[in-house]
Design a protein around this ligand. Structure first.
Ligand SMILES: [Cu+2]
Length: 134
């Protein structure tokens, strides 16, 4: 019996094409903005595309990249994010992030929030992210 479960667990792990780890977001108050960060691994042999992220905690959820131009730092929305085959892509501070605009509620440290990541090939992946100060 234990063997069967171990096998099924292994099978499930193998079939899962994207893996999301270390998801966290910044604490902020209602009406303000925050950002979501995580690491996503593409276990397949084909490129995977993160199309968009959805959540009910903010009015707007956008994929952003950070950039530096003439010594000024800024950020802008990107259409999607491609994760190369058999590689990990990090959404991190100063880089790509999921922008959460106009929060509907206060984000308190140590609370957990649910997000849905929508991928081109793997479909929708539900993740949990913890609120913390980086
Ligand atoms: Cu941003």
């Amino acid at each position: 019996m234990v063997l069967v479960f171990a096998f099924l667990a292994l099978l499930n792990l193998h079939l899962q094409k994207v893996d999301v780890k270390n998801a966290w977001l910044r604490p902020a108050n209602k009406g303000m903005n925050s950002a979501l960060y995580f690491e996503v691994t593409n276990n397949s042999g084909k490129p995977e595309t993160l199309l968009y992220v959805s959540s009910n905690i903010a009015e707007l959820v956008q994929l952003h990249e950070s950039y530096t131009q003439k010594g000024m730092m800024g950020m802008r929305e990107v259409k999607d994010v491609v994760i190369k085959p058999h590689s990990t892509f990090s959404f991190k501070e100063g880089g790509y992030h999921v922008m959460l605009l106009f929060l509907k509620k206060n984000l308190k440290p140590n609370s957990t929030k649910v997000f849905f990541l929508h991928f081109k090939n793997s479909g929708t992946v539900k993740i949990k992210a913890v609120v913390k100060k980086g």
